[in-house]
Design a protein around this ligand. Structure first.
Ligand code: HEC
Length: 178
């Protein structure tokens, strides 16, 4: 028995559509996971905040901090971070990566902070992960702080022993994903 030509064409087209659908489904899922627009927007917020905070800390240190008894940008910014947290915007932690912090509160505390500091010390400049707390999603992110200028060593004498370019600290963000 021979199958009419038009039926052969329909059969082949059917197989092609079926194969395309099977191949497309996992691909679409992977894409959805990678490109969650809310997570991307939150990452962008981290990039913006990181530029803002780090630029301001460096400017304050450059222009206002002359001796080790002056108010450190680190101290001033802890006060600013507290206001941002109290107002419900986001949380930022100033983290130590040397094992010898000025203030023990700045040692990495939980699993994410510990892992982040290890990775940043090993040369990565950024990492993040999505967490869920009380049914709400948050982006936890960490960015490296290198020794950006000589003046840093005036108060943190241990930075003198850190290889050039290696992270001595981090900013750790917890930002609601909206
Ligand atoms: C005038 C002294 C002073 C200078 C200069 C200074 N810091 Fe600090 N730094 C401090 C103090 C004080 C703290 C503790 C702040 C707190 O948590 O209350 C601190 C905290 C930190 C921390 C958190 C870990 C820790 O040790 O507690 C990092 C990271 C840090 N500073 C990096 C820097 C960098 C980078 C520079 C140079 C741009 C710098 N500091 C310059 C005094 C200083």
């Amino acid at each position: 028995m021979t199958i009419p030509r038009w039926q052969q064409v329909v059969l082949i087209l059917g197989l092609l559509v079926g194969a395309a659908a099977i191949l497309a489904v996992p691909d679409a899922r992977a894409k959805e996971k990678k490109e969650d627009p809310a997570v991307e927007r939150t990452r962008n917020q981290v990039r913006m905040l990181d530029d803002l905070y780090k630029t301001a800390i460096v400017l304050v240190t450059t222009h206002y901090v002359e001796e080790d008894s002056d108010l450190a940008a680190g101290d001033a910014f802890q006060a600013l971070f507290k206001v941002m947290k109290d107002k419900g915007w986001h949380e930022v932690r100033l983290l130590d990566a040397t094992g010898d912090p000025y203030d023990d509160d700045n040692s990495p505390k939980d699993d994410f902070e510990t892992r982040a500091v290890e990775k940043l010390k090993a040369g990565e400049s950024y990492l993040d992960e999505v967490v869920t707390k009380d049914g709400k999603r948050y982006l936890r992110a960490a960015t490296a702080i290198p020794v950006v200028m000589e003046k840093c060593v005036m108060c943190h004498s241990n930075y003198a022993d850190v290889p050039k370019g290696q992270a001595i600290g981090a900013l750790g963000y917890t930002i609601p994903i909206e």
